[in-house]
Design a protein around this ligand. Sequence first.
Ligand SMILES: Cc1cc2nc3c(=O)[nH]c(=O)nc-3n(C[C@H](O)[C@H](O)[C@H](O)COP(=O)(O)OP(=O)(O)OC[C@H]3O[C@@H](n4cnc5c(N)ncnc54)[C@H](O)[C@@H]3O)c2cc1C
Length: 497
Amino acid sequence: MPARVYDTLIVGAGFTGIGAAIKLTQAGVDDIVILERDERVGGTWRDTTYPGAACDIPSLLYSFSFVPNPTWSRAYPPAEEIRRHIEAMVDRYGLRRHLRLGVELTGLTFDEAEGVWIANTKGRKRFRARTVVLASGPLPDSSFPDIRGIDSYQGHKIHSARWDHDYDFTGKRVAVIGTGASAVQIVPELVKQAEFVKVFQRTPGWVLPRLDIAMPPIAQELFANVPAVQQLAREALFWGHEASATALVWHTPLTSLVARLGKAHLRMQVKDPWLRRQLTPDFAPGCKRMLISSDYYPALQRDNCKLIAWPIATLSPAGIRTSDGVEHHLDCIVFATGYDVHLTGPPFPVTGLGGRSLAEEWAHGAQAYKSINAHGYPNLFFMTGPNSGPGHNSLLVYVEGQLDYAVKGITTILGNDLRYLDVREDVQRRYNDRIQARLAKTTWMSGCRSWYLTADGFNAAMYPGFATQYLRQMRDFRFGDYEAIERDARRAVYASG
Ligand SMILES: Cc1cc2nc3c(=O)[nH]c(=O)nc-3n(C[C@H](O)[C@H](O)[C@H](O)COP(=O)(O)OP(=O)(O)OC[C@H]3O[C@@H](n4cnc5c(N)ncnc54)[C@H](O)[C@@H]3O)c2cc1C
């Protein structure tokens, strides 16, 4: 019996994959299968369990507008609450029947003759689908960094993305390597448990205060009974963040204002001038991800905490040796060193028309049309794809634009019974030329070293504009930008110049 061909296969059951399933079923595409390598849904919010883990964009905006949740407990709720929200989305929209948990995709190949994607999985089971939504996440993997001497270290090692809940920090001498978004959440919690915490900093980031409040019950009730009020609160947050692009995406006089705010926050929280100097960034706000915390600087100044700004020379059997020759003896090292961001494409082979390989084509930086389609890989929709990252707003706002676009593309393919729809190469090239020209004028390209850039300095991560601009382009699905091939003919049904 020939294998069943689904209308749509979704890879990943994080916020994005579940959002795609909701939008597709609402559009009448019900023949879908969602492959998730883990045994539970939730993505980042299932995997991120370090102490203090929370979102750093308020959840009223860091959630989907089409799945309002009136019961958020705080402005910045903890990871576990966000995970439960994603789990609740699955039940609310009856998506369990589409889920295949514990199934890891190992490769995708397009069968041109059939107009079908073939998905190989670790368990050897094959899935076939006419269209694919790739929602395997912008930060899917984490590994210990390649630091000199790491294998010689005899103590305990923990990566922030895979927390070890069995390890008891009581009475332990602990190091945290890294001072990014995860570290500023972890350090304030660790100093409450460990005997001593040393924080190893390579470059200090800009830290702005986190105005976290418990959501008053009256607000929750109002949100539940008058959804328009919650929508209004979301809009206010959206426009507030949108305005910050004028300071964070481009270098303007407002960028200096943000720098002044950051320095004022530092001055208010840190009295020691030498520590202040060590914590003062030497790059423009926005060039790297902004850090949001009101308890990181106070934690660094506790008696049992110390900032080490000397570069790490090597890890040793006993701990960490810094370039000033000091050996720091440690029981445990926490690596808050971030993720293996796939600036060059998904971490599994994707084979498109004529056997072309996505990994080869994107080896020096990923490129796609409107971040979502790549020429030569028809019927495939990349979520959080190339140049779709925001520096100033909620990622999920951008994902909503991608979901609506993917639904338009998928219903166009299915509704017209097309064999495939492939974005035109010239359209994609022109789009990327414009994106790269616009990127050149952004803060991200102003000289700091960030995970937004490949080793060659190519920016395949960020969208150089306002969220409103991104959403406008995603609302506009132009059939003429694609070559459409009918199911039973090899000719293009539409290809405009
Ligand atoms: C600590 C932390 C805080 C963050 N806070 C914010 C914030 O405040 N605001 C913001 O905008 N963004 C934030 N982010 C970014 C965050 O990653 C995204 O907002 C969001 O989680 C992306 O959702 P996703 O579904 O696209 O990806 P993910 O959440 O990564 O989900 C992808 C899913 O795909 C599965 N998968 C991957 N590969 C395969 C495979 N081969 N086969 C099958 N399944 C696979 C994974 O197991 C996972 O479940 C944060 C990230 C972290 C780590």
